[in-house]
Design a protein around this ligand. Structure first.
Ligand SMILES: NC(=O)c1ccc[n+]([C@@H]2O[C@H](COP(=O)([O-])OP(=O)(O)OC[C@H]3O[C@@H](n4cnc5c(N)ncnc54)[C@H](O)[C@@H]3O)[C@@H](O)[C@H]2O)c1
Length: 428
């Protein structure tokens, strides 16, 4: 039996042990899906606190209920470790580490490189490596493959390598890891066959493509598509504001067209670990090939200026009632980057807080999911959302439209509201 056949048999028997490197928003749900499919999972993380929490059966990720995780930990189907030397024990390594941007908005692939080095030190014949972190096209072949083949093993024969973009949408109750179609692209056809065999028990639908580069670009197209369309409606919000037209009315009416229109909504700007970041990976790659990705640049510009637009709205509304921003009490509602989640990474609310603060407003915030925020060394704590607080604020800015908030109370009590999400009308 060759290595491909061995792995396909292990997948069919569920005797393959699957490794997940990076147990965060992406890695932990993936580990749980692998365990649900009947595999034993060994999870790796450099943070000992994360490892200890998981081994105690507690989940630090909102989308993974602790009861579900605890059962797998108790049955020894999921174990976590910070000992990357144990990578040699697993049959498949799924790499789910962060891919942020540097200060100059260039890709920071240091986490991917650290994982690739760790895999390179322990690789043995009969292992599969799948990169899941969002990255620029070429990463799998240029950064992982040389490290995997350095000791003489051949990808496609002795070991198998693919890219498979993680598409998890935190907080989405309908589309989760197991029922979101899983795209993957291997270096060779044998790589695709092996990944298909191992992944098919864990995912409802698999979508193979012909190369890692195609799979890498799928993810970048998806997130660039969102960034550009959000940029377009954000610009439409500015246009409508200048024309004195209600942008929400225009969008809702446009969305009645049953074909050729897809609804996107304006807001305070982009947040999270994906949409504000991923398109810049592609832009960076293309700059190296002397091509400027214009849509990405323009959308990035419009989206990153939205907090300025909304803070100007606050100033205008205060001005209407004869007040200056300086010294006014401004209550920001919601600081997570989107509703009903506890993630504040890249949240535009941080810019809104900072800009208001810089202009001398007395700023407080409420967010049921985020207890405290550290912005420019300033610590703010979430305050309880009482009617008194809302009534005594000079202006309330709704930045994140969490479902559980009492919008009726806000509408009734606030002297002035700037609603970046149209939440008051949506909850009327
Ligand atoms: N969060 C999302 O909604 C989302 C959705 C789709 C894709 N992605 C992509 O998935 C990847 C992971 O994102 P995330 O949100 O899960 O990040 P995260 O920060 O929640 O989790 C990453 C984990 O990796 C660990 N880690 C870092 N370096 C490591 C190393 N060398 N070895 C082992 N563990 C290491 C960290 O300690 C952390 O626990 C990124 O590329 C991201 O763009 C994220």
């Amino acid at each position: 039996m060759n290595m491909e056949q061995v792995l396909i048999r292990k997948a069919a028997e569920r005797s393959a042990v699957l490794g997940v490197v990076g147990l965060g928003y992406v890695g932990l749900p993936l580990a749980v899906e692998f365990a649900t499919a009947g595999y034993r999972v060994l999870g790796f993380d450099v943070k000992q606190g994360v490892v200890d929490t998981i081994n105690a059966g507690r989940s630090h990720i909102q989308d993974v209920p602790s009861e579900r995780l605890a059962k797998f930990v108790k049955d020894r189907r999921i174990e976590a470790t910070s000992d990357l030397k144990r990578l040699g024990e697993v049959d498949l390594v799924s790499i789910c580490v962060p891919t942020p941007l540097s200060k100059t908005k260039d890709p920071d692939v240091s986490f991917v490189l650290a994982s690739a080095d760790a895999v390179g030190r322990t690789i043995r014949a009969g292992q599969v490596v799948v990169l899941e972190s969002t990255t620029y096209p070429g990463t799998t072949r240029e950064l992982l493959m040389p490290r995997i083949e350095a000791g003489g093993l051949k990808v496609g024969v002795d070991v198998f390598l693919a890219f498979s973009p993680e598409r998890v949408d935190p907080g989405n109750p309908t589309w989760q890891t197991h029922n979101t179609p899983k795209v993957f692209g291997g270096v060779t056809e044998a790589c695709n066959r092996v990944v298909r065999a191992i992944y098919s028990p864990a995912f409802e639908r698999l979508v193979p493509v012909s190369s890692p580069e195609a799979a890498e670009l799928v993810k970048l197209l998806e997130n660039t598509f969102r960034s550009v369309n959000i940029g377009l409606v954000n610009e439409m919000a500015i246009v409508c504001d200048k024309l004195g037209v209600d942008v929400w009315e225009v969008i809702d009416a446009a969305a009645s067209k049953p074909f050729g229109f897809m609804k996107f909504t304006p807001g305070p700007g982009l947040g999270g670990h994906c949409i504000p970041i991923d398109p810049h990976y592609l832009a960076w790659k293309m700059r190296g090939l002397n091509y400027k990705t214009r849509f990405i640049e323009v959308a990035g510009e419009v989206n990153s200026e939205m907090p300025i637009f909304w803070v100007r709205k606050v100033a205008d509304r205060l001005n209407d009632s004869g007040k200056a921003v300086r010294g006014s009490k401004v209550l920001v509602i919601g600081v997570a980057y989107k509703k009903d989640i506890d993630d504040i990474r890249e949240s535009p609310a941080l810019d809104v807080l900072r800009l208001l603060h810089q202009q001398g407003a007395v700023v407080s915030y409420h967010d049921p999911y985020i207890a405290k925020v550290d912005e420019d060394g300033e610590q703010l704590q979430s305050v309880p959302l009482t009617e008194d607080l809302v009534r005594s604020s000079d202006c309330v800015v709704i930045v994140t439209d969490h479902s559980e908030l009492d919008y009726g109370m806000i509408r009734g009590a606030a002297p002035c509201v700037v609603d970046t999400r149209n939440a008051l009308r949506a909850h009327a």
